[in-house]
Design a protein around this ligand. Structure first.
Ligand SMILES: Cc1ncc(COP(=O)(O)O)c(C=O)c1O
Length: 386
């Protein structure tokens, strides 16, 4: 075991200003959705270049509610990638729909537009691409397919806060975008998420469904000046609203996000140049279109033919050297629930399975020092060269 402090896969950057702002909310007498959340939503809209952004308790809740708000009926098929966190597919199931997987492009590990087209049936109503690791999916091609077949696109942007595609910020264009503010993400609120919707009716439905189907926000009903106490329940909604405590964290995270993402991108560039032309790994960032990554994760595909260890043995060896790493992701179609409920089987999505067996994410977070990264680079090289 090395004498060095553990270098985790990720750690959020929370400064003293954020902590004191959270304390202010705690002392204010209003903890749940209120003025601070309204401000966070406005700040998010300004940053993303969107007219309306609505916060939620999580990215998962955001995807679920976005599916409902855009009017996709239960039992509809929604095409997504099997190479994502299970939240993406679970949200489809929670909305009563059927997750239909389409294989990935091995160059980016993002959903393959060609594979999407092969999965379209008369029941298909939407596509949920995931911008894996913060490298945008092939957005133009996904939207072209959506237009041809009259499908909605709900982008799972959990990894992509601050990323852009062809010089346009993710969240500023397209149909629907959903972000996550889980602590591993580019900005965090502890737990939380947000959704960008562009149609006013869908925004109204989303706002109502986010809070029990009540037609007036709790903040509107209690705020001192304009509060009206009466309300109606127009549908059986959920309880997916963000608290002002979380929003206070988010407001400060947002102020620092460009700085944090620049550091993430610099670390990605350092990893990439350290591992350039090294035949023991492949770095899956070979998109053919122009993009700016968010720098959410640094995944590599290990070349098992040229290494004595399995991917999991590499993770254990890194851990022994006090380095955290993770296999993101195990393809969803292999999990028991998805096999048993939807009839998926091993070999259904060879590219996702190949990536699932070989992928490994190395530590990456804004406060990581060059020295810590050099330690990871040297350890990783030594383990794979053994
Ligand atoms: C790709 C992807 N989609 C969705 C989610 C769900 O986000 P949350 O954890 O905020 O519910 C995550 C979070 O880990 C994710 O990585």
């Amino acid at each position: 075991m090395s004498g060095r402090e553990f270098i985790p896969l990720s750690i959020p950057s929370i400064d003293e200003e954020t902590i004191s702002e959270v304390c202010k909310v705690l002392r204010s007498g209003w903890l749940t959705t209120g003025a601070i959340t309204e401000r966070f939503e406005q700040d998010l809209a300004d940053y993303l270049g969107a007219s309306c952004v609505m916060t939620t308790t999580s990215g998962t809740a955001g995807i679920h509610l976005a599916i409902v708000a855009v009017g996709i009926e239960p039992e509809s098929e929604i095409i997504t990638t099997p190479f994502t966190f299970v939240a993406t597919a679970n949200a489809i199931v929670h909305a009563g729909c059927v997750p239909v997987f389409a294989d990935i492009d091995p160059n980016t590990l993002n959903i393959s537009p060609k594979a999407i087209e092969e999965k379209i049936t008369h029941k298909t109503k939407a596509i949920i691409p995931v911008h894996y690791a913060g490298v945008p999916a092939d957005i133009d091609d996904v939207y072209k397919i959506a237009q041809t077949y009259n499908l909605r696109v709900i982008e799972d942007c959990a990894h992509a806060f601050g990323a852009s595609y062809k010089n346009k910020r993710i969240g500023s264009f397209g149909d629907v975008q959903v972000f996550s503010f889980h602590p591993i993400k580019n900005i965090t609120t502890g737990e939380g998420g947000c959704v960008v919707l562009r149609n006013e009716q869908e925004q109204d439905l989303f706002a109502r469904m986010r809070f029990h189907g009540i037609n007036r926000s709790i903040w509107d009903r209690f705020k001192k000046q304009s509060g009206r106490l009466d309300y109606d329940v127009v549908c059986p909604g959920y309880k997916f609203n963000m608290s002002d405590i979380q929003s206070a964290i988010g407001i400060h995270q947002l102020k620092k996000v460009d700085e944090m993402n620049n550091r993430r991108r610099a670390l990605v560039a350092r990893y990439s140049s350290a591992f350039e032309n090294w035949n023991k790994i492949f770095i899956p960032d070979k998109a053919l279109y122009e993009y700016t990554r968010s720098g959410h994760l640094f995944p590599v595909i290990v070349n098992l033919e040229k290494i004595k260890l399995s991917r999991d043995e590499i993770i254990i060896a890194l851990k022994k050297r006090n380095i955290g790493s993770i296999a993101y992701y195990y393809p969803l179609h292999i999990f028991t629930y998805y096999r048993e409920k939807f009839g998926y089987a091993v070999n259904d999505f060879p590219e996702a399975e190949n990536a699932g067996a070989k992928v490994l994410c190395l530590p990456l977070y804004p406060d990581m020092t060059d020295d810590q990264q050099d330690f990871v680079i040297d350890a990783f090289r030594a383990i794979l060269e053994e």
